[in-house]
Design a protein around this ligand. Sequence first.
Ligand code: MRU
Length: 365
Amino acid sequence: MSKNLEELREKLESLLRKVDFTPVYWKDGKVVWLDVTLLPWEEVYRETRDVSRLAEAIKNLEIRGAPAIGVAAGLGVAMAVYNASGSVNELKSEGLKAVSILRSTRPTAYNLFYALDRMERVIRAYEGSSPSELKEEVLGEALSIMIEDLEANLKMGEIGSELITDGETVLTHCNTGSLATSGLGTALGIIKTAWRKGKSIRVIATETRPLLQGARLTAWELKKAGIPFKLVTDNMVGYLFYEGLVDRVIVGADRITIDGYVANKIGTYTIATVAWRHGKPFHVAAPTSTIHPVSYKEKKIVIEHRNPAEVTTILGRLEIAPKGTEALNPAFDVTPPELVTSIITEKGVAWPPYIDSLRRIIGSQ
Ligand code: MRU
């Protein structure tokens, strides 16, 4: 193993000791992940050497959450190259094939494309003739993406927790914790950090229909962390604000445009609108790998539409509508910048106008 790869592995190990757990990692040429579709009932880790199997795991949400998808995709490309045999050109072609398979898994999370673009660049830029050197370079890039995500989460936790006042009730949507990243989390990472710093906070977690990431995953993480919380159904949010039961909202993001439009789990726009109506802060927490450096007008955000059966059933287990009912199932919505109080990144907090603040933040990368 090269010195560089050894150093990256050591760095990763030391960062992983600072977080509760990671839902996705590299082990002896395989990608290993916690299958979150089985939570909170069972904790099952799965592993593969097969890129198509990994792509399926991302599509069916065994691995989900924008940063976790990006990290898994990076490791997936490394896996394809690492396990291939032959010349440098043959390895490169396996790597690029993996990039193309993984690109078509989910369309909205920018972290996926950010990670795959980086992997593709490293593969294409390699001009040497040593297959083992190429393998090390590609694995090194994937581990770097994971390291950077862990560092970003720890940094966002520090920065974002300063915005939370002692005694507040913070509402969050979907799952943005360790289960959605390489460890700790974004919005939920900030909440956990504030709690660990001794801030006496309470959390309201929305269940997040149709796939219940809030009820199944955020509740699981909050319980594990010992943070007091109440679970609510998504349609209770307006009432909670009306009664003055929410002080602040922190959510994650799947994609943020350079002018501050935020694509996140369906229902986020509704929460932002109600928070704005009641004059409560609405923060978005995301690493800079979630920021697509184009404006909303320049490139439309593609919203993933999933199988309507996710709406007409509860997790495919119980039919809740008459047979033949047609349903809509957009997985994300877009919150416009005027509803977003601030965007918390690992490089600092962006305030409106985002076209200036996000440009500054991205520029400082
Ligand atoms: O469909 P999912 O579960 O992948 O959606 C996840 C979200 O919308 C999260 O809020 C977002 O990815 C941020 S995770 C840190």
